[in-house]
Design a protein around this ligand. Sequence first.
Ligand SMILES: *Cc1c(COP(=O)(O)O)cnc(C)c1O
Length: 414
Amino acid sequence: MKLFFPTTFDADAGGHFGPFGGQYVPEMLYPALQELNGAYNVARQDANFERELLDLFQHFSGRPTPLYFAENLTRQLGGARIFIKNEGLNHTGAHKINHALGQALLAKRMGKKRLIAETGAGQHGLATATVAAKFGFECTIFMGEVDIARQRPNVFWMEQLGAEVRSVEFGSRTLKDAVNAAIKDWIATVRDTHYLLGSCLGPHPFPSMNRDFQSIVGLEVREQLKEYGVDKPDYLVACVGGGSNAMGLFNAFLDDSAVHLIGVEAGGRGVTKVGEHAVRFGAGRPGVVEGYKSLFLQDSEGQIQPTHSVSAGLDYAGVGPQLAYMHSRGRLVMHYATDIEVLAALKTLIKTEGIIPALESAHAVAEAIKLAPTLSSSQSIVVNLSGRGDKDIFIVAEALGDEKWKAFLKRAAL
Ligand SMILES: *Cc1c(COP(=O)(O)O)cnc(C)c1O
């Protein structure tokens, strides 16, 4: 399996995807990005690096993850065959481990001693703390004070894994403040420290590098479809927060225009009101934030707007530059699913197939449920199930109004 391969949608040498991408960072971070880019360019051409990473994917994370024919759901909807790429069966429960392992391996090569990351709901912090424990890095996770208070289970595990979870107590005390704190730390510690970025965004080379580490997803799908007698899929569907699981599924198919690509954003409580959704395609405008140029939900002054989604992983005002570029070139269609549609899709998948999806992934499932009946039984859809749903039990039980869950929480609090 060749993990690293070119496509016609790659960035130029400066990390520009058409008008998007680039490296818009304080001068003091520029050498760090140059060092990272240099090390990455050597590593991606080194067969040993690729072998080590594939070995970790297999033996640490449990790859290949299954491609599963969702026969019951397909029959119920009566249209295209639906296949589920189950990234939820990875170690730590989602695709995030793919780029966390890739970056940890690279940081080790670069002689770094410490990993830092920022996290909102904690999933990225957990993946980072996991690889830090495995590789023996020191680890600091920056997290807003508000998020720490509401995400105790993830904070607990990060600490058990040996990470220091540093509370960020300025601004809104949430994700964007944690990003600022992490960047400030990196400027001061860059010699020993790698900033482990959690999606296909940020300054070059992160969008391209994380895409390459995630490409294993689509590469496996291409092989696994053959076992079902499918030469190529008609549609690939993935949810889009920053874009890492989507790029992971899409990358191996980018230059095959017969394969339609659909990304699904968080429609939240409705897309007409600011602060109620995270639909960057449509409501967002080009801007430069957090080191890269892309589409952002922003006001007329360029200030970032609040967002909402039932799923923490899609609740973000920006989006990866390569996806913005692909969309501008007509290679990618973007849709959204509302919180209500997402909960319905989650219940449907659980009942029909016995699979509990992450709330993020349930956005992609909601799209497949809309799409499949409009297609014929000779066509096929691959849905990226980016993660499993155990982590969402607090939110889902609350959203479904489960009284027994409430009673359980009250008892546990005594
Ligand atoms: C973090 C997360 C996402 C969103 O991130 P992308 O970079 O857009 O993939 C989606 N699904 C799950 C399960 C996640 O944990």
